[in-house]
Design a protein around this ligand. Structure first.
Ligand code: PGA
Length: 252
């Protein structure tokens, strides 16, 4: 059974007030593709304005703190994201795992806090080039999942997992289709082990240099239930062909 595809943009540290026009263009164009879920994870400071500008379209954050509130200078809680109008958040992106030394345990706590608050979560995992060259990519991602997946998934918020090989992010390099297929199958098995049949409903996104030119071949791979898109999500002209590619391989 195939799941409805989710194509989520990750704007990272890009986006000023003027770029709200792109958010509106993407939200507007996405209405043509009701068989695909589309979301944009924008910088925190844009969330509220973006959410107001495009009611009904999913705007997300790029990170969340695991605590409900407290002395955590510079951080944002799940309730704050929801309060600003966010519907989802990314957790565990490799750029944060690397630069901020975020551990699997911290990522798990963030995912758990966000889900229990009613925010949908995209939890990122992925291996470095060195690990892939050592033939340890699958084992490494399985270990990341083992330690960073929440213990349970309720019914009021949805978990998705994004497989993002670090060496493919922003580089123009993409794993082969069999490599993506092997990893997504391994992730599906882990999700089933952890959550039982509910693990079959968790969407598994691929991320790392997804472009209009390669999206079609990525979306037909088994257990690829969508994409997390960085650079190509900043402009409607680049992002919408990716959404259209997801729509083409989906049921009407
Ligand atoms: P990219 O980024 O599409 O620019 O490679 C993907 C990501 O980091 O989520």
């Amino acid at each position: 059974m195939s799941l409805k595809k989710l194509v989520a943009g990750n704007w990272k540290m890009h986006g000023l007030s003027a770029d709200l026009a792109e958010v509106m263009a993407i939200a507007d164009a996405s209405r043509q593709y009701p068989n695909v879920d589309v979301a944009l994870c924008v910088p925190a400071i844009l969330i509220e304005r973006a959410a107001r500008a495009v009611p009904g379209f999913a705007i997300g954050g790029q990170d969340v703190h695991y605590a409900e509130k407290g002395a955590h200078t510079g951080n944002i809680s799940a309730r704050m994201l929801l309060d600003a109008g966010a519907a989802l958040t990314i957790v565990g992106h490799s750029e944060r795992r690397d630069a901020l030394r975020e551990s699997d345990e911290e990522v798990k706590a963030k995912a758990t806090a966000a889900l229990s608050c009613g925010l949908n979560v995209i939890l990122c995992v992925g291996e470095s080039l060195e690990i892939r060259e050592q033939g340890k990519a699958v084992a490494t991602v399985e270990a990341q999942l083992g330690a960073s997946l929440p213990d349970g998934i309720g019914s009021h918020a949805e978990l998705a997992v994004a497989y993002e090989p670090i060496w493919a992010i922003g580089t123009g390099k993409v794993p082969t289709s069999p490599e993506i297929g092997e990893m997504h199958a391994a992730i599906r098995t882990r999700l089933r082990d952890r959550f039982g049949t509910a693990g079959e409903q968790v969407r598994i996104l691929y991320g790392g240099s997804v472009k209009p030119s390669n999206a079609g071949e990525i979306f037909v791979i088994r257990d690829v239930d969508g994409a997390l898109v960085g650079g190509a999500s900043l402009k409607a002209d680049d992002f919408m062909p990716i959404v259209a590619a997801a729509a083409r391989v989906s049921l009407p």
